[in-house]
Design a protein. Structure first.
Length: 109
């Protein structure tokens, strides 16, 4: 071997302190947060399926010039979406008003 050539690095020798005990490995394998989230997800999916089945009857919705028959679950979901959108818009309006009010107070000082 030539003196100018780099020497190959040897792999570090592992000590027995790095090896984990079987009890620690078993504790790391059990993930209670993962299982609780999975159970919660399954419960929500089951609740959603039960909600659809329980509200599958038809209802009549009367508009100004016409009426429509739809499943009750679609009416529930429509109201949920309208409420969600209205809540987001109202919170944005409130936030905008607070920011504008803070600017006016700073200008008054």
């Amino acid at each position: 071997m030539n003196e100018n050539e780099p020497k190959p690095e040897s792999a570090p020798v592992s000590t027995g302190a790095e090896v984990k005990a079987p009890e620690i490995e078993q504790e790391e394998a059990w993930q209670p947060q993962l299982w609780s989230k999975l159970i919660l997800l399954l419960a929500l999916v089951g609740y959603g399926i039960a909600l659809v089945i329980a509200n599958s009857s038809k209802v009549k919705i009367s508009f100004l010039f016409m009426s429509v028959k739809v499943s009750l679950i679609w009416m529930i979901l429509l109201c949920l979406m309208l409420g969600l959108i209205a809540g987001v818009l109202i919170s944005q309006m409130h936030r905008h008003r607070k920011i504008k009010q803070a600017r006016l107070e700073r200008q008054a000082e």
